[in-house]
Design a protein around this ligand. Structure first.
Ligand code: NAD
Ligand code: TYD
Length: 355
């Protein structure tokens, strides 16, 4: 079996669902269930003995050591993190606690467990750390995309905390020989994406007749990857990646934010037109920019493509259509995640920001 952390969040839940759709290898899923963790994402697995959910913190070394000793996983995939840049600007402390201190405790528990394994199991064991392209900082328009050799230049408390965890993972390989793999992925989108991030926020606000907030001039560029393509890349790295290596994962889909918002609006015009016949883009409003906003991210995915033969299955056009359709078909899920805590966040982030 494998141990997944953060498997009730956006990418983790997609990973768990995809994994169990393709294999009978069981998963222990350790998740703290922060505001971003949602057991409803996994409701289709209710009663499935291949999925063991544990409510807990990666920073609880006693708990993780006990889970490792009891379940003897052959691998750990570490998704657990505080993941939202805007939240890291309003309150960085949770990011330091989970992304840095939590990852450290998880690594320590893993080192203890791994050290106790027989030689063959030790050789086959993997610790896969899921990270982000944001650790590389921001690119100018004409600069080449981030390769694995790009220097780390994190600019937000979120990316700095992820960079620190990447460094710890690297150090555990070089110092202790722990067989680690690190993946640095671009922006994901798809089902179960919490509606505080750009794409689900735009879908949810558009349908509710609310403003679609575009930060600054909307010309910041992100490199979008459909979440299930990210999951297939992680499975591939887990199977065939070389311990100690890092792999950048991206979809060759660089797009300015404003184009993303326009694309979502056009799809909604087609699939769920507004009652008054007007286009959803009329709801776009420009709001004050994010402090320290990175201008451009772009992933050079040639290493994972040439070494491991991985390629994304979706184009942006096919992935974004599937995503918009999923949100239209899962309005109950949307309603359930918009709790009081969600509404408080929206007020905190957008109040007084109108331009
Ligand atoms: P998310 O915020 O949707 O989910 C994070 C999950 O981790 C939640 O279920 C939460 O409850 C859990 N968690 C948080 N703190 C925990 C702790 N201390 N112990 C145990 N569980 C804890 O995030 P996501 O978008 O699914 O991202 C998953 C991982 O992928 C993160 O490490 C993130 O940095 C990375 N990543 C995300 C993106 C993206 O576009 N979303 C892109 C590249 C990399
Ligand atoms: P986000 O989904 O928060 O991901 P990240 O900051 O990790 O890239 O934001 C994606 C881009 O969209 C980013 O450049 C910020 C921008 N953005 C807006 O313009 N308006 C919004 O309301 C949000 C949430 C994001």
């Amino acid at each position: 079996m494998i141990l997944v952390t953060g498997g009730a969040g956006f990418i983790g839940a997609n990973f768990v669902l995809d994994w169990l759709a393709q294999s009978d290898e069981a998963i222990v899923n350790l998740d703290k269930l922060t505001y971003a963790g949602n057991r409803e994402n996994l409701s289709s697995l209710a009663g499935d003995p291949r999925h063991i959910f544990v409510h807990g913190d990666i920073g609880d070394a006693a708990l993780t050591s006990q889970l490792l000793a009891r379940h003897q996983p052959r691998a750990i995939v570490n998704f657990a993190a505080e993941s939202h840049v805007d939240r890291s600007i309003h309150g960085p402390e949770d990011f330091i606690q989970t992304n840095i201190v939590g990852s450290f405790h998880l690594l320590e528990a893993t080192r203890g467990y791994w050290g106790s394994l027989p030689d063959e199991a030790q050789r086959r064991f993997r610790f896969l750390h899921v990270s982000t392209d944001e650790v590389y900082g921001s690119l100018a328009r004409d600069e080449p995309a981030f390769s694995e050799l790009h220097r780390y230049e994190p600019n937000s408390p979120y990316s700095a905390s992820k960079a620190a965890s990447d460094h710890l993972v690297r150090a555990y390989h070089h110092t202790y020989g722990l067989p680690v793999l690190t993946t640095n992925c671009s922006n994901n989108y798809g089902p179960y994406h919490f509606p505080e991030k750009l794409i689900p926020l735009v879908i949810v606000n558009a349908l509710a007749g609310k403003p679609l907030p575009v930060y600054g001039d909307g010309q910041q560029i992100r490199d979008w990857l459909y979440v299930r393509d990210h999951c297939s890349a992680i499975r591939r790295v887990l199977d065939a990646g070389r311990p100690g290596e890092t792999y950048n994962i991206g979809g060759w889909n660089e797009k300015p934010n404003l184009d993303i918002v326009h694309t979502v609006c056009l799809l909604l015009d087609e699939l769920r037109a507004r009652g008054d016949g007007k286009p959803y883009r009329d709801q776009i409003v420009y709001v004050a920019d994010r402090p320290g906003h990175d201008r451009r991210y772009a992933i050079d995915a040639r290493k994972i493509e040439s070494e491991l033969g991985w390629r994304p299955a979706e184009t942006f056009a096919s992935g974004i259509r599937k995503t918009v359709q999923w949100y239209l078909e899962n309005q109950d899920w949307v309603r359930n995640v918009q709790s009081g805590a969600y509404r408080e966040w929206v007020e905190k982030n957008y109040q007084g920001r109108d331009q």
